[in-house]
Design a protein around this ligand. Structure first.
Ligand code: ZN
Length: 76
């Protein structure tokens, strides 16, 4: 799978991982710690959209959980 003519360009790098694209063959590499996943551009965008959708739902749920409880009516 390794192409000797690959010319890698880093698209993103965080503490969680790195995304590199090859300017020659167009392959996208997702590097996560000791794991490396290879995608076509179309597949990578599809996976990225899937992850975005999932993380969006998690964050929406988390926001609900951290919302302060409603005010209670106190009777005197
Ligand atoms: Zn390449």
């Amino acid at each position: 799978m390794n192409n000797k003519n690959c010319v890698h360009e880093c698209l993103a790098a965080t503490e969680f991982g790195q995304v590199v694209i090859c300017k020659e063959c167009g392959r996208v590499n997702l590097l996560l710690q000791n794991m490396s996943l290879h995608f076509s551009v179309e597949a990578f965008i599809g996976v990225a959209n899937t992850l975005n959708e999932a993380s969006g739902k998690i964050m929406a749920t988390a926001q609900k959980a951290t919302r302060p409880p409603p005010l209670k009516i106190v009777k005197h």
